[in-house]
Every structure is written in C-alpha cells, then in structure tokens.
Design a protein around this ligand. Structure first.
Ligand SMILES: [Zn+2]
Length: 250
C-alpha cells in the first residue's frame, strides 16, 4: 500500500502549497482518498484520475477536510456524458452542507453517492478500513486502513483532527504508520482547543509502538524543523513532516 500526500495543510496557512487535507492510498490498482480539503483537488488529480476513485472518506465536517468535494463533483458532472459517480463515506449531513453551499438542492447527488460514516469496519476494494470516533467535533473519526490481504499490517492510522492523542490508541497496532495532525507544532495546545502538538503525538507513537510517525496539519506559524525535533525527542522511530507530493510505501 502506498500513501501519496495531495494536501497536508491546516485550516489556514500562508505557507506556499499548504492546501487542505487529502491523503491518497493506492493498492492493487485501486485508490481511495482520506479527506479532500480546500485546494487539494488538483493534487489529487495529479495522483489518480478522479473518476476512478473507489471512495472518498471524510473524517469530519470542517471544510479544510471536505470542501474540495465541490470541484470533484463538477469534474464528474461536466467532463463526462453521462456524469460519472464517486462514492463518498462521510459524517451525516455533508450532502445538505454541499447543497446549501451551492444553494442548489440535489447538487451533491448529481455525481456523488454519499453514505453516512459510522464506527466500525468496512471494506472498499482492496482496502479494509476501521473508523473510530474521536474527540474533535461531535462527529469526528479517525481511520485505520490496511490491505484486505494483509490485515495484520502495517497499516496506516490517520487522525483526522483530534483533541486527545490517546483517542487514537485503540486503532493502532505495533508497526503501523501514524499519520497524525500536530496543528500546534511544538505546543502546547491552548486549553480547550481540540487539536494536538508534536510532544503528544510522539508520546502516543512511543506508547503504541508505532512503526513511523508522519506529522501533518501544522499551523504555518510553526517552524517545521523545530516541530520534527520536538517529535524526535519523544519518539525514537522515524519522524517525517509530510508535504504534498510525498509518496510513502507503507
Ligand atoms: Zn477540524
């Protein structure tokens, strides 16, 4: 299984190329994407022909994690006769939000097959996916993805946005790659803010015996070298801050 980063930015950033979250997973000629945030559609389309996606999985309904479903919908709707369709698994309500954004009932359904995301397991193509509810919005999930043919992993555990690092622990098996947000960089996380920092994700990676730590979603005000150093001081394994275009074999 290969991870290709199409977007790794936070909710806002002046850092060039810091578009919203979008992480493509490739396996056996199939592709899914975890989140599709602002500006990430172009990066996605560089990795995979978007109409061939097996599914888009959305962790939670903050726009930096889903709003580029709009260009995906337009592409499917206007580039093909008849329109092609892509499956979207997302927290309940996303269809109405996208329709409202466009002030057009039925906007989403013209090209996207939306189904509600729930805790538990699902299989999409060659991917086995476990979703688990975590602390962030009232309906936020993290994912563990592993090839169906290799259920013991290593898998990829993706945090989405997360307010408590150890919410992710039940998803993680030793050796898994952790793709984890560290919005507040070297920390600390302001009291009441539902995000993580590098020290907390490093503590999680050590405690769960993760195989590697892939840090993402860092606010643009933080020095990335300093963030990586903060993570390495708490975790002895491989640490990398991911950027769009990164291709990582898992
Ligand atoms: Zn969020």
């Amino acid at each position: 299984m290969q991870l290709v980063v199409a977007g790794a930015g936070p909710a806002y950033s002046a850092r060039p190329g810091a578009v919203g979250a979008a992480y493509v997973l490739l396996e056996a000629g199939h592709a899914i994407v975890l989140d599709l945030g602002h500006g990430a559609y172009a990066g996605l389309a560089q990795v995979v022909e978007p109409s061939t996606l097996d599914a888009v999985l959305v962790s939670h309904l903050h726009p930096d994690h889903f709003v580029d479903l709009v260009p995906l919908r337009h592409y499917l709707r206007y580039e093909f006769r008849p329109p092609r369709r892509v499956r979207v698994v997302a927290p309940a309500g996303i269809e109405r939000r996208l329709d409202d954004l466009h002030a057009q009932p039925g906007f989403t359904a013209e090209a996207l097959d939306v189904e509600d995301l729930a805790e538990g397991h699902l299989v999409i193509g060659p991917f086995s996916i476990e979703a688990r509810r975590i602390t962030h919005t009232a309906d936020s999930h993290a994912f563990r993805v592993v090839p169906v043919t290799r259920p013991d992993g290593p898998g990829l555990v993706y945090s989405g946005d997360c307010g408590r690092a150890f919410d992710l622990a039940p998803l993680i098996r030793p050796g898994d790659a952790l793709l984890v947000e560290a919005t507040f960089g070297t920390g600390p996380v302001p009291v009441g803010d539902m995000h993580l920092d590098a020290p907390s994700v490093a503590e999680l990676a050590t405690a769960t015996e993760a195989g590697r730590l892939l840090i993402t979603h860092v606010l643009g005000t933080h020095d990335l070298d300093g963030v990586a150093a903060a993570a390495r001081s708490g975790y002895a394994g491989d640490v990398r801050i991911v950027e769009p275009g990164d291709r990582i074999d898992l």
